[in-house]
Design a protein around this ligand. Structure first.
Ligand code: SF4
Length: 330
């Protein structure tokens, strides 16, 4: 491991000052420390922010939720307000990592986590994300787990977070604090597809800190859930996943929020699926017709063509499950 210095801060001003000097923020440490051990990440200064007052979950006006960046994954998953209003978030969190990791890892860190592309973690392999301009070993290598949506000729790594898929479906906002003050960015704009700069994964500015993720209010009742398909039933990343939230009124779908994971370079919103659902009455035929649009625009690589059909089936199944909860399927 590369030599580094460590400092622990107790207030936001101290954190920002350390961040301004180039320090790298450390919270749960479940990703960054791993990558440092493998020499993939080599920060020279770690700024431990775990003592900052960012560990609250609070209700917002109209029925939204604000989840502090330092709330642990396990804590968020079990929180009564999260479970009651947005079970899709709880289910996504509980399908992630292991119980031990969920007890350590934070919501902010989970969004910021880096890809699980094996070539990224192998410092002997060519990787544009780790070393800009080096090439991409995955594009001509074994790419079964890689993205079919949002890839560029420079990188096809998937975003590994489950809860970010639920946040994307619910159109969450990321709150940031930095040298220029506070700002809020839609998650859809915060996580960046690779394009020509795969090393740049988020829109955070130098020294900025995530303070919270805010879920906007949605009409009630909102039924929601998360389905993750993977090679083994625990401690594994998604091959495909689907986050679905539906609001029905008088038997008609008035709001549909759908996103997919395991298939995109960022959590992948599915607006074509959503559009097909709105204004319709739930039925098996509707779920199947909508799910057909889930892989619109997909560009598979040599080993991951199977994800197209798997994604459609994942979305169809989760539409059916949530549709039944929301009011029954004819
Ligand atoms: Fe690196 Fe992305 Fe290629 Fe993986 S897919 S080797 S992360 S550039």
């Amino acid at each position: 491991m590369h030599p580094f210095s460590y400092t622990k801060v107790s207030d936001l001003a101290g954190a920002l000052a350390a961040g301004r000097r180039g320090g790298r923020y450390l919270a749960g440490g479940t990703m960054l420390v791993d990558l440092m051990r493998e020499s993939v990440e080599r920060p020279s200064v770690l700024v431990d922010i775990s003592a900052l007052p960012l560990g609250e979950i609070t209700a917002t006006a109209g029925g939204g939720l604000r989840i502090g960046a330092l709330v642990r994954m396990a804590e968020a998953a079990a929180h009564p307000s999260v479970r009651a209003a947005f079970p899709v978030i709880s289910q996504a969190l509980e399908s992630s990592a292991s119980a031990q990791l969920r007890n350590m890892a934070t919501i902010g860190g989970n969004i910021m986590q880096r890809t699980r592309c094996p070539y990224f973690r192998d410092v002997t392999a060519a990787c544009n994300k780790r070393e800009p301009g080096a090439g991409c070993a995955a594009l001509g290598g074994f790419n079964r787990a890689h993205a079919i949506l949002g890839a560029s000729e420079h990188c096809a790594a998937t975003h590994p977070s489950d809860v970010a898929v639920a946040f994307a479906a619910l159109e969450a906002n990321v709150h940031l604090l930095g040298p220029d003050g506070e700002r809020s960015v839609a998650l859809a704009d915060f996580l960046l597809p690779p394009g020509g700069t795969p090393q740049r994964e988020q829109a955070a500015r130098p020294g900025e800190l995530i303070t919270a993720v805010e879920i906007p209010a949605h009409p009630r009742p909102l039924r929601s859930g998360y389905l993750k398909v993977r090679d083994r039933q625990s401690y594994e990343f998604a091959l495909t996943s689907a986050a679905v939230a539906l609001h029905l009124r008088d038997g008609v779908i008035h709001q549909a929020k759908v996103a997919a994971g395991g298939v995109g370079t960022v959590p992948w919103k599915l607006p074509a699926v959503e559009r097909l659902l709105i204004g319709e009455r739930p039925s098996q035929a509707l779920w199947a017709e909508a799910a057909e649009r889930a892989a619109d625009g997909a560009r598979p690589l040599e080993h991951n063509r199977f994800k197209i059909e798997l994604l459609k089936r994942t979305v169809e199944r989760q539409l059916r499950v949530v549709g039944d909860l929301a009011g029954g399927t004819a």
